[in-house]
Design a protein around this ligand. Structure first.
Ligand code: TEU
Ligand code: CA
Length: 542
């Protein structure tokens, strides 16, 4: 007798990402914290999410907002204590919500004790925890650049060597070739698993197996060997959701990353669709025109490629990306309609959807007039570099408005009170001035709000197995306004049909689905052959 293997829980799950610094402050210091998160768990339960991925809260000098860790086994006092963390895990569990920790394993902070030791001498037992090369002052090992600007090499005069850093100078890269480093990491992961966490998001995980002498940053030759070892030694001992962040993922290596045998991760974050809006070979600041045809063909390629042999993560937003309603929607004229449309199109596909805090409210990008209002290290480094490089201030500000990471990092908009209810003190980064119109309290009581739409969408996934299992097929691939696809499961079929534009769009599919049942719709009244701006409908027939 063959019994159908039960699906892993994370295939049916919806994950919510919290950027803790900007989520909810509980003590008036202007910085979000763990008690703040606990106070909002009922809200998250109401939304219906199954897991929370929380950006790093470990001890950190905060050079890169916690992605520079100085102690993996402690909570930074600015977020609370380890007791708070344990309380959060327990309180979330009571509500059937799991906590996904963010693991930054490519690098540590330069203030981590390992690095403090490592830079003392070449003979120090920790020296080989990091990546060093000989050189002389002014003669760098090679011309590799750091993601946040400047060279990827930093000179340490005491020992006459350079260390390698793919991100900021305060984020030295760990040396994964060293088995001791790997063992330390595995021990630390097991330690967190024992605390009852539900999984891990792994920061820039495709960059751990770097080979700087060959200028290899991501997808190094030993990458999958390391990942399989890590998974065997740690994740496979639990029932976890694991998701690797991999800017270098493609549909081929994604089958390894998300192999259903569990040998690496549950899934990866891949960014091909995110990078469609930049000029090829250039930086993310160099915008290219948006093309719906390219977007949907790309997403469809991922849907087809991983069907039955991998698993997709579905996301528009995270703490590094601009707000989707400002990027692919229209945050001026059709904010509510376009935010809902984008949500339906994303959640209708196969994979595990991620909601980034505030996305469920249709929060938008922000435009600060003064560069000093921005907090992000990447923005500040780019600002200086580009001004020195001859760009005008206007041009640089425009690219920050479009792509700067602080767009996603303004405080969560809870209500229309001072500072949007985020803090009673002075927020570490300014609140988006539109919080009086866009905020949780108002949306939660409005059945027509972006929030209510998200809640319905999240619950639908739990009611209709076709969301999880149905096979995807893209329709009308060349249409420049319509994004339409079906999902098919046995004799059931579901249609997701969206007008991705601010102009009406004729769609011949609608009459063909006349007798189907409507699951979700972002306009009043019946859907007609001519779709209204950003109109979306999900139909099902059995
Ligand atoms: O990001 C990886 C990364 O390379 C980009 O997201 C980068 O931050 C930038 O936007 C590219 O232009 C991860 C984290 O998500 C990010 O917050 C960290 O700053 C980074 O790693 C370093 O840990
Ligand atoms: Ca606080």
């Amino acid at each position: 007798m063959t019994e159908k293997k039960t699906q892993p829980w994370w295939k049916k799950a919806v994950v919510y990402q919290i950027y803790p610094k900007s989520f909810q402050d509980s003590n008036g210091d202007g910085i979000g914290d763990i008690q703040g998160i606990i106070s909002r768990l009922d809200y998250l339960k109401d939304l219906g999410v199954d897991a929370l991925w929380i950006s790093p809260m470990y001890c950190s000098p905060q050079d890169d907002n916690g992605y520079d860790i100085s102690d993996y086994r402690n909570i930074d006092p600015m977020f609370g204590t380890m007791e708070d963390m344990e309380e959060l895990i327990q309180e979330a569990k009571k509500r059937e919500i799991r906590i996904i920790m963010d693991l930054v394993l490519n690098h540590t902070s330069d203030e981590h004790p390992w690095f403090q030791e490592a830079k003392k001498s070449k003979e120090n037992p920790y020296h080989d925890y990091y990546v060093w090369r000989d050189g002389t002052p002014g003669k760098l090992p090679n011309d590799m650049k750091a993601v946040f600007g400047g060279p990827a090499w930093e000179w340490v005069p005491q020992i006459g060597q350079y260390y390698f850093h793919q991100f900021s100078v305060k984020q030295p890269d760990l040396n994964w070739e060293n088995p001791k480093v790997r063992q330390e990491i595995y021990d630390m992961i097991l330690w967190w698993m024992a605390k009852g966490v539900g999984g891990f998001r792994l920061d820039v995980i495709d960059q751990i197996a770097k080979e700087p002498d060959r200028k290899i940053t991501n997808n190094g030759p030993r990458l999958h060997e390391f990942l399989q070892e890590m998974s065997r030694e740690t994740f496979q001992k639990g029932d976890l959701l694991t998701v690797g962040e991999a800017w270098g993922a493609n549909t081929e290596n994604a089958k390894l990353y998300s192999n259903p045998d569990g040998s690496e991760f549950s899934m990866v974050f891949q960014f091909e669709h995110v990078m469609l809006d930049q000029q090829e070979g250039k930086e993310k600041w160099d915008l290219a025109p948006l093309s719906l045809v390219k977007l949907k063909k790309n997403l469809a390629k991922w849907q087809d490629s991983l069907y039955g042999c991998g698993w997709n993560s579905l996301f528009w937003d995270n703490h590094d990306l601009p707000r989707i309603v400002s990027r692919w929607g229209d945050d001026q004229n059709y904010r509510v309609e376009s935010a809902k449309m984008l949500a339906a199109v994303l959640h209708g596909m196969q994979g595990t959807p991620y909601i980034y805090q505030g996305e469920e409210l249709g929060m938008t990008n922000v435009q600060f007039a003064d560069i000093e209002e921005y907090r992000d290290i990447e923005i500040h480094n780019m600002y200086r570099e580009r001004l020195d490089g001859g760009y005008t201030r206007q041009e640089v500000m425009e690219s920050i408005y479009a792509k700067g990471r602080d767009n996603a990092r303004t405080p969560m908009q809870w209500n229309d009170q001072e500072n949007a209810g985020f803090t009673t003190g002075t927020p570490w980064i300014r609140v988006n001035p539109n919080y009086r119109q866009i905020n949780m309290e108002q949306e939660r009581k409005d059945p027509g709000s972006v929030f209510s739409f998200y809640r319905r969408l999240v619950h639908l996934r739990k009611e209709e197995p076709i969301f999880v299992e149905g096979r995807f097929e893209l329709l009308l691939p060349e249409d420049e306004q319509i994004f339409a696809y079906t999902r098919t499961l046995g004799s059931e079929q579901m249609l997701v049909c969206a007008n991705f534009s601010g102009q009406p769009a004729k769609c011949g599919l609608i009459p063909q689905w006349k007798n189907a049942r409507e699951l979700l719709h972002n306009y009043e009244g019946d859907v007609k052959e001519e779709l209204r701006p950003y109109e979306v409908v999900i139909l099902i027939r059995r």
